[in-house]
Design a protein around this ligand. Structure first.
Ligand code: ADP
Ligand code: ZN
Ligand code: ZN
Length: 732
């Protein structure tokens, strides 16, 4: 940074307000000087806001009458170097105000101006007296803890905290301490634990993948690790991370929301032998802030986190990993609409480190980049160890009698798997009892009053619920239109399938896993470990497509995917193919071979035929050709301008005016379609329209947006509607 003339020291501050500009302030009258990247508390109209100093220009010109900042909150900037530069890039790319982007990157307490929290890690170890006394101790929790400390100390509290087997450890520790048998100490997070479990010997493919990643160490080096489920991708990450740690650098691993299981964390901790920091939506605000601070201070050496972990500061970064890189949960759907995988690539480039994108079903975007040679492309074609790939059977259900959507053949297949003491997963991506309530006399169906959508039947057929706005009401006794009593639940969701399976297989446990049964984050894990590995049936939605290992799962039965074969969304085939392969990949992971039974009315559908004959790779090749022919991503770049209002004319009027601004700015380089109704034109009482922007060149798309957005912001209608811009939208 260049030396700053204190007299000229006007601060340019990014504030979390929806205005595309920075704000000037004089430095604080007293207190520490503000540096670029430090938070400040400033007056803003009648309010006080927390912002970030983003520049201190040498020659600010005449700033006019300015207010001074009220307080400088950081003596060391929170945003420095690479992170600040990458977030500036993100603000330009999403065309969002820098202040809002910076606020999004921070955990709540830091966003609201609280100081960086204390990150000292405490742990426990036995005293001399404790080591001598241990054999004489009575059985119980204190003795259990003492034995653990005898084997592995100092043991960080964070690890006891995460360990379901260590419940009540705090009381046990206090008991030991009160008798002088154990003591609390400060733990160095980078210090290895005494127990490090070695992993399996890598096979040739894995070793080649590890070598390729390590060969790129110290420079930006994107690698697509394209390996079937169970092929040992996680082992590859672990080896690359261990190498990164041995070079004294930090590693960040992004995982989908539902992939961050206690099993995965335990595996990382045991194998790497150091504290693994986490960041996910189940943490308290305080815990999130502590992880952020530990990263900034370089105390966190390995972090595993979901989408927003991509914003963690990594002053000593050595490696980024994005597991299940195709996963939809990496895209933020409101506020700053970033894609965590894409931003991880930007950060890896700015940091000059390798980034590994792993998936059994890579996104077409990443496959295209690999094909074009922009990414290294490593393939693991076989399951690691002895596990066999599952055999797939298609069950044609045309003209067959169905029980809650399941054919006699499918039920027989389930029966046989249970006979052989296996576990069965029945996959149906529709929660609730039934998708539709219909009057058999007049054709009336239950629609949400605030959305253009049918209400789903829940509660065993007693309740109606809208999955889009949350509206609920009881199922009416009679048809509201004709008064008839012939109301029928049409189709089957997971609840109804569960009910039918319980009746048909009364002797085995049936457990349903969907958002209805599994609201809380840890509930999925708890349910699955209660379910154990004995004979039984799991029924569930895509929540079951990954996470928690189910080694005894021998049959995956897929029911009711036919809607997905005929969706209007150009990404629907990709999403369906990924889901099918992911769910199928759950069968037969360990030594028991697995079977996948796919029930459909369209056994000859090209998507299914291609997937069955050639796997995901064959599907992706064909799908990419179709995307190219149709001018869709990854061969075109899209942005979506959405608007919603109580009256559709307002939303459309705004988009019409925006369209004119864009047409002028684009000079022919943009294709515009719309305003058109959104896929669900009315939701929660709002009319929703959209304008799609498409361009063959990324640069042209952004140039047009840069030129047009100031005018769009200034449109009189811009204040009358709720509108937003989504660059690289995923749901059109
Ligand atoms: P993925 O991440 O590709 O799904 P994992 O790394 O989780 O695969 O490996 C799947 C299973 O195979 C795990 O139980 C793992 O311990 C085991 N495994 C991985 N690599 C090997 C290997 N080289 N030899 C034996 N077992 C392995
Ligand atoms: Zn009726
Ligand atoms: Zn609704």
């Amino acid at each position: 940074m260049s030396p700053v003339d204190p007299a000229a020291g006007v601060l340019l501050v990014a504030l979390p307000v929806p205005l595309p500009r920075l704000f000037s302030y004089f430095p604080a009258v007293d207190g520490p000087a503000a540096a670029v990247g430090a938070r400040v508390r400033v007056p803003f109209g009648p309010r006080e806001l927390v912002g970030v100093v983003t520049a201190i220009p040498d020659a600010p010109g005449d700033p006019g009458p300015l207010k001074p900042v009220h307080a400088v909150l950081d003596s060391t900037p929170l945003f420095a170097g690479e992170l600040l530069a990458s977030l500036r890039w993100l603000a330009r790319y999403t065309h969002a105000p820098l202040g809002e982007v910076l606020a999004t990157a921070l955990p709540g307490p830091l966003r609201h101006g609280e100081p960086l929290p204390d990150t000292v890690q405490r742990g426990w170890q036995l005293t001399e007296a404790g080591r001598t006394a241990i054999d004489a101790m009575r059985p119980g929790r204190p003795r259990q803890l003492a034995e653990r400390l005898a084997a592995d100390a100092p043991l960080p509290e964070a690890r006891l905290h995460d360990d379901p087997e260590a419940t009540g450890w705090r009381a046990a520790a206090r008991t030991l301490a009160s008798r002088g048998l154990a003591e609390q100490v400060i733990v160095d997070p980078a210090r290895p634990h005494s127990i490090v479990r070695p992993g399996p010997r890598l096979n040739e493919g894995q070793q080649a993948a590890v070598d390729a990643v390590l060969a790129g160490a110290g420079a930006f080096h994107p690698v697509l690790l394209d390996g079937v489920t169970g092929s040992g991708k996680t082992e590859v990450y672990l080896h690359a991370i261990a190498d990164c740690l041995s070079r004294g650098r930090q590693a960040l691993v992004l995982v989908p929301e539902i992939g961050l299981t206690p099993q995965l964390l335990a595996r990382f901790r045991e194998r790497l032998g150091i504290t693994v920091h986490v960041l996910h939506s189940g943490l308290s605000d305080g815990e999130r802030a502590r992880t952020w601070a530990a990263c900034l201070r370089g105390e966190a050496r390995v972090v595993v986190g979901t989408r927003s972990a991509v914003f963690l500061p990594l002053p000593e970064a050595g490696l980024l990993v994005v597991d299940e890189e195709h996963d939809g949960s990496y895209k933020q759907l409101d506020g700053i609409r970033y894609h965590a995988r894409d931003f991880a690539l930007v950060r890896a480039q700015a940091l000059g480190v390798p980034v590994v994108l792993g998936s059994a079903t890579p996104s077409l975007e990443s496959l295209r980049n690999a094909q074009a040679g922009r990414y290294g492309w490593l393939r693991l074609r076989q399951r690691a160890g002895n596990a066999q790939p599952p055999a797939v059977r298609v069950i044609d259900v045309r003209k067959r009698p169905l029980l809650a959507g399941m054919s006699p053949e499918l039920l027989d297949t389930i029966d046989r798997a249970l006979e052989a003491d296996g576990q069965v997963l029945v996959f149906r991506n529709r929660r609730g009892y039934a998708p539709v309530l219909l009057c058999h006399d007049c054709g009336w169906s239950a629609q949400c009053q605030r959305c253009d959508a049918a209400m789903t039947v829940h509660g065993g057929g007693r309740r109606l619920q809208c999955h889009h706005c949350g509206a609920r009401r009881p199922v009416p006794n009679a048809c509201p239109d004709c008064g008839g009593l012939a109301l029928q639940s049409q189709g089957a969701g997971t609840e109804r399938i569960e009910e039918a399976l319980r009746e048909r297989f009364p002797e085995v446990p049936v457990m349903r896993i969907d958002r209805g049964t599994t609201q809380r984050r840890d509930a999925l894990e708890r349910h699955l470990s209660e379910f154990g590995s004995a004979r039984g049936i799991l029924v569930g939605t895509q929540m079951l497509a990954k996470g928690h290992d189910l080694p005894n799962l021998t049959l995956v039965a897929v029911v009711g995917i036919d809607e997905g074969l005929f969706s209007a969304d150009f990404r629907a085939p990709e999403k369906l193919a990924q889901l099918l392969i992911q769910v199928a990949g759950r069968a037969g992971r360990a030594d028991r071979p697995g079977v996948v039974a796919l029930q459909t009315h369209h056994p000859g559908h090209p998507l299914l035929a291609t997937l069955l004959a050639g796997g995901y790779g064959a599907f992706a090749t064909i799908e990419l050709e179709q995307r190219e022919a149709a001018g869709f991503p990854p061969y075109a770049h899209l942005a979506l301008l959405r608007a919603e209002a109580k009256q559709v004319e307002h939303a459309d009027g705004f988009l019409q005016a925006a369209r004119r601004c864009l047409e002028q700015a684009a000079d022919g380089s943009l294709e515009l379609s719309g305003p058109l109704p959104a896929p669900m034109p009315r939701r929660a009482g709002y009319q929703r329209s959209q304008l799609l922007l498409s361009s063959a060149g990324r640069r042209e798309l952004h140039a047009a947006l840069d030129a047009a957005l100031p005018e769009i912001h200034a449109l009189p209608d811009a204040r009358r509607v709720r509108w937003s811009l989504d660059v690289d939208p995923v749901d059109l």
